[in-house]
Structure formats: C-alpha cells, structure tokens
Design a protein. Structure first.
Length: 177
C-alpha cells in the first residue's frame, strides 16, 4: 500500500492532536445535551471511534450508510443503504463524516434527518475540501482543510482499499486513473 501513496498529507500524530481538540470542543458545547452521534459509513468509522474517546459527555451513537459515489466520482444521486436504528426527535444530532467534499451527500442527509425533528443538527468532519463544494453546507467542527487531491487512509478508501493506513495520504494518480 505504501508504494501507492504519493505523499503523506496529514500524519498520524497530527490527526490525533486535532481529533482530541475537536473532542474537547464538542464536550464543551454539548455538556448536558445528551447528543446522538451519527456516523456516515464506511469512511467515518476510524475517525468516529477516536473522536468518541475524546468526548466526555453522556451520549449515544448510531450509523447510517449513504452512497453517492461510484469509483472516484459522485453520481449526484444519493441513496440510503442503512438507516438509523433509533428515533432522533428532540435529540441533538452530531453527524460524523470522514470528508466534506462536494457536499451533495451531506446536504441530502441533513435534509433527510431534519424531517425527523431533531433539536439540532451539527456536522463534525475529519476533512473539509471546500474547493469542490457544490452544495451550500459547511462543517461545524472540522479537523483539517485539504486541497483538491485524492486522499486515502484513516478510514478513507479507493475501491475499499487503504482505509487502514494510520495517516492521510495522497494516492498516486496512476492508481485511480
């Protein structure tokens, strides 16, 4: 896998430092609010696991599987492959996402959840790639802003590979082109 990485964009140490800072901010902002963290599978799972270890509030978690990508490009059509297993009405929802890219999927998901009447919806993302934004959406908590490059690792994949890298790396173009 290492030979497929052009360069390390964000080190394992940088990730852990920033995730701990975001966890502390969420702890401060959601004390006594009993939020429900909703992870967007599959990419969020490593980030969400680490983030939850840094959040010191009474909370619960759930997961959704949402897709809009085929290979390296967004199809523009969003599908819910796995929905929530608990009601969120009146709850403070924190959507946990690996990367906020075009924003199409996350914008759809936020509107989809809003119908269920949560008390609030907040977005926490590991990475924000504003240069590719197509939808008017932003993250309330973002660990890193990244350039328009194909990134993998720490949960992010290409064709279900590279998720287990402990850092964020830029994938060599010849791998995905």
């Amino acid at each position: 896998m290492e030979k497929d990485i052009e360069r390390i964009l964000i080190s394992e140490e940088e990730i852990q430092k920033r995730v701990s800072e975001i966890g502390a901010a969420i702890t401060r902002d959601f004390r006594d609010k009993d939020p429900v963290f909703i992870g967007v599978l599959k990419g969020c799972f490593i980030f969400m696991a680490d983030l939850m270890r840094y959040v010191d509030v009474k909370c619960s978690m759930d997961f959704m599987a949402v897709s809009s990508y085929k290979g390296t490009t967004s199809t523009g059509a969003v599908s819910i492959d796995k929905d929530l297993s608990q009601p969120i009405e009146g709850r403070h929802v924190i959507i946990v996402e690996d990367i906020l890219d075009s924003g199409v999927t996350l914008n759809y998901l936020k509107q989809y959840l809003q119908v269920r009447k949560p008390a609030s919806i907040t977005i926490a993302t590991l990475m924000d790639k504003p240069s590719r934004r197509k939808a008017d959406i932003y993250a309330d908590y973002s660990c890193f802003e990244v350039p328009d490059a194909f990134v993998v690792g720490y949960g992010l994949d290409y064709n279900q590979r590279y998720r287990n890298l402990p850092y964020i790396g830029v994938l060599k173009e010849e791998i995905y082109s």
